[in-house]
Design a protein around this ligand. Structure first.
Ligand code: AMP
Ligand code: GLY
Length: 421
C-alpha cells in the first residue's frame, strides 16, 4: 500500500513511524511533515486547503490510503472530497467532523442520544440578552465555550458571573475567536479527573484503543497557560477493565448508534475527552482525530499492524481485525521552545539526539536547515519511553530529555505524578 499522511506534528510522526513498520507499506509520504517524518517516509509540500493539488499528487503517486492527522482539513471536507474521487481515507466527512468543529452540534448529538455530558445551553450572536440572563441564574464556576474550532483556546472556566458575561460578549461579537465564537456553549462545571479514550471505527464496528491522559498546562503541577499538551501517559491506571466496560456501554456504544441513527457514515478516529466525577464518566468533548501528544503514547503500545487495522476501517471489515496492545506503560514528555505557548523563537539548533537510546523521539516542530536540525515550532520533540510502571517510564523520559539541548528548552518534570497515588 502507498500511504499519504496529512499533518506535521508529533502525532503525524508517531503515525508515520508505525505505518512505516508495516510489511505492507510500499511508500509513505507526509504532507508537509517535519524532520522526523522525513526519516521514516518522504515529506511533500502540499497545501491541505488545495484539494485539487492533493488529489493530483494522490493520482500521480497512486496513493492507496490517506490518513488525516489534524481536524481542520476534516472540518473543511477533505475526506468527502477524496472519497468522491474514490480515494480511501482515515477520517470522517464534513458532517461527522462537526462533532469537533461545532460544540453546539456535538452537545445536541449527546443530548439526542442520551450520552452523559454537562448540562448546557447554546446561544448565537442575536441571542446575547438571553445568554446573559442564562448566566445570571447559573451556579459558579461557569464554563463558556466558543462553539467552533479555536485551536484549544476556546474554553473559559469563569469563577464569577461578570467574567462569564465578558467572555460571552467578546465571543458573540466575534472579537475573541472570530466566527468560531459567534455561537457559544455555556455549560455546568464538572469537577473530576480527565481521561481520554480513543476509538477507531469503520462506521459500524469499532476498536477501543489504549486510554491516555494528557497534561495541558505549561507549568509544573498543572499551572499556567494551556498548551497543546506537555506530556501524556498510557494507560491511565484508574481506567481498568470494569471502568472501560461502563464507558463502552454508556458512551462509546451510544455514540456509534447515534452516528448510525443520524446517517453519519464515520470512518476514522474518535477521541473522546471524559471527565470522571465520583466514578461516573461524562463527555467533555469529541475530537475527530487522534490527540497530540496522546498519539505518542497510544501508538507505541499498539502491537498489531496499523495498516491492517486501517484496511479494516476503509473496507468496513474492522470486526475481522485483531488489535493487540502492549501491557506496558508508555509516557511522553514534550520538549518545548522557551516562551511557548506565547511568543517563541524558531530556528534554534537542536543537539544531543544521537545520544538517546531506548526511547522513541517523535519530532513535532523541527526542520532541517542546511542539514542541521533546528526548532520549528512551540512543541519541538516528544520523547516517548516504555516501562513497567509510570514511574519507570517517566524516569526514562526525563533521563533522555536531559541529553537534548536547544536554546530556551523547557519541559515539565511532573508528567504522570498525579497518577502515582
Ligand atoms: P474541551 O475543548 O471542551 O475539551 O475543553 C477543554 C478543557 O477545558 C477540557 O480538557 C477541560 O479541562 C476543561 N473543561 C471543558 N469543559 C469543562 C466542564 N464542563 N467542566 C470542567 N472543565 C471543563
Ligand atoms: N492533546 C489534546 C488534543 O490533541 O486535542
Amino acid at each position: 500500500m502507498k500511504i499519504l499522511i496529512l499533518g506535521s506534528g508529533g502525532r503525524e510522526h508517531a503515525l508515520a513511524w508505525k505505518v512505516a513498520q508495516s510489511p505492507r507499506c510500499e511508500a509513505l509520504y507526509i504532507a508537509p511533515g517535519n524532520a522526523g517524518t522525513n526519516q521514516v517516509g518522504t515529506n511533500v509540500a502540499l497545501d491541505h486547503t488545495d484539494f485539487d493539488a492533493l488529489h493530483a499528487f494522490i493520482s500521480s503517486e497512486s496513493i492507496d490510503l490517506v490518513i488525516v492527522g489534524p481536524e481542520q482539513p476534516l472540518v473543511d471536507g477533505v475526506a468527502d472530497f477524496l472519497r468522491s474521487k474514490d480515494v480511501a481515507v482515515i477520517g470522517p466527512g464534513k458532517v461527522g467532523a462537526q462533532l469537533e468543529g461545532s460544540k453546539d452540534f456535538s452537545k445536541a448529538f449527546m443530548k439526542r442520544h442520551g450520552i452523559p455530558t454537562a448540562a448546557y445551553a447554546s446561544f448565537t450572536t442575536d441571542q446575547q440578552a438571553e445568554a446573559l440572563s442564562y448566566i445570571q441564574q447559573h451556579s459558579l464556576p461557569i464554563v463558556v465555550k466558543a462553539s467552533g474550532l479555536a485551536a484549544g483556546k476556546g474554553v473559559l472556566i469563569c469563577e464569577t458571573h461578570a467574567e462569564a458575561a465578558t467572555a460571552v460578549k467578546t465571543m458573540l461579537s466575534g472579537e475573541a475567536f472570530g466566527s468560531a465564537g459567534q455561537t457559544v456553549v455555556i455549560e455546568a462545571y464538572l469537577d473530576g479527573i480527565e481521561i481520554s479514550i480513543f476509538v477507531l471505527t469503520d462506521g459500524q464496528n469499532y476498536k477501543l484503543l489504549p486510554s491516555a491522559k494528557d497534561y495541558k498546562r505549561i507549568g509544573e503541577g498543572d499551572t499556567g497557560l494551556n498548551t497543546g499538551g506537555m506530556g501524556a501517559v498510557s494507560p491511565v491506571p484508574f481506567a481498568d477493565d470494569s471502568f472501560l466496560a461502563v464507558v463502552e456501554d454508556e458512551i462509546v456504544e451510544p455514540t456509534m448508534k447515534g452516528l448510525i441513527a443520524d446517517g453519519i457514515d464515520y470512518q476514522g478516529f474518535i477521541f473522546i475527552g471524559l471527565m470522571v466525577v465520583k466514578g461516573k464518566a461524562y463527555v467533555l468533548e469529541y475530537n475527530v482525530r487522534m490527540g497530540d501528544p496522546e498519539t505518542e503514547v497510544v501508538i507505541p503500545r499498539i502491537e498489531s499492524d496499523l495498516l491492517d487495522l486501517f484496511e479494516g476501517v476503509v473496507k468496513g471489515k474492522l470486526a475481522e481485525k485483531k488489535l493487540d496492545i502492549s501491557p506496558k506503560t508508555c509516557t511522553t514528555v514534550m520538549l518545548v521552545s522557551g516562551g511557548y505557548p506565547q511568543a517563541y523563537e524558531k530556528g534554534k539548533r537542536i543537539s544531543g539526539l544521537e545520544d538517546i537510546e531506548d526511547a522513541i523521539v517523535f519530532h513535532a516542530g523541527t526542520r532541517l536547515e542546511k542539514g542541521i536540525l533546528v526548532t520549528n515550532g512551540g512543541r519541538v520533540l516528544a520523547i516517548s519511553c516504555e516501562g513497567e510502571t509510570i514511574e519507570h517510564a517517566i524516569h526514562q523520559c526525563l533521563t533522555k530529555a536531559s541529553f537534548v539541548d536547544f536554546e530556551g528548552i523547557y519541559y515539565r518534570t511532573d508528567i504522570g505524578k498525579d497518577l502515582l497515588t
